[in-house]
Design a protein around this ligand. Sequence first.
Ligand code: FAQ
Length: 342
Amino acid sequence: MSNVEVENDAQHHAQHHAQSGTGERRLQAHFDRTISHNQRIEPRDWMPEGYRKTLIRQIAQHAHSEIIGMQPEGEWITRAPSLRRKAILFAKVQDEAGHGLYLYSAAETLGADRADLTERLIEGRQKYSSIFNYPTLNFADVGVIGWFVDGAAICNQVPLCRSSYGPYARAMVRICKEESFHQRQGYELLMTMMRGTEAQRQMVQDAVDRWWWPSLMMFGPPDSESSHTVQSMAWRIKLHTNDELRQRFVDMTVPQAEKLGVVLPDPQLRWNNERGHHDFSTPDWSELKRVIDGDGPCNAQRMARRRAAHEEGAWVREAAGAYAAKQAAHEAGKKRQEGPAG
Ligand code: FAQ
């Protein structure tokens, strides 16, 4: 049996056991205690079906985002202005692929099947982050994605390292280390451009103007409209609300923008002494809704490319499957020849 099958088997036993009333209550009480003591739920532990489903939804959406997120910056690999920038960008885009793979593996520990998750993405039944539906128009966009998008990802994902589900939390530790490198390479790229010509400074400001609002929207709808936050926080899948993390991102980014010498495109943005935070304008939530619903500037292009990559990779999956079957037959043949042990 594969790891996933063993885990599914253990889960089915636990669930079967749970069907007898007192058994279920005991398991639920044990789960609740684990969560309230800030301890981790592991794949073999009993968990409520809603917890499992919510995690699969969030982790799959996160994995899809990493994979689709390779596209906007990937478009600049062949056009990077120097060998150094090309090597950095290559490494970053490859890291995103790695993040997607850790996350699909984390979803598999919950009984999900990776091929099925990919099908769901391709058929539009599962989401990916709104942010990757915006175009990268000039090379400064690569820097601003590192600074804003990876910066937002860090704000959102560092707390997830303490999320209640073990495999997700552990995947997040390594992901965050890499995101931190991504953010710094973006900021360093922008610093270099800001020290360059007037035209380069304008490219940076233009990219900042275009990516600021989509980056704030990445944190999800406002708390008042977030359907999952309350339950996900009770389960300690999420440790902060969407608005809390958005505020943290704004507070973190304002001094960085000042140092860089760019203007964040929000006339209402100012420090509020009483709150101890920056005030800022309300993002256009109707735009977020439109982009999530498939009508952003690049949704069709991103999905078309993802589908094409899936189709073009079919022969690799078939070849790997055929090789695995051959190896398994070979192993079985060897065991038969050796005869029963002892
Ligand atoms: N885009 O009730 P909530 C990265 C959906 S990775 C699209 O607030 P939740 C690395 C949501 O699914 C970026 N859909 O939901 C990188 C739900 O729909 P459903 C991805 C969104 O889950 C950098 C509905 O709206 N990061 O950047 C979005 O409690 C550079 C209601 O929303 C993660 O996935 C959105 N922005 O909170 C890669 C982090 N927001 O399923 C390449 C983990 C919400 O009911 C280059 N995820 N929706 O139909 C999370 O922390 C959470 O899932 C949130 C949303 C905070 C994203």
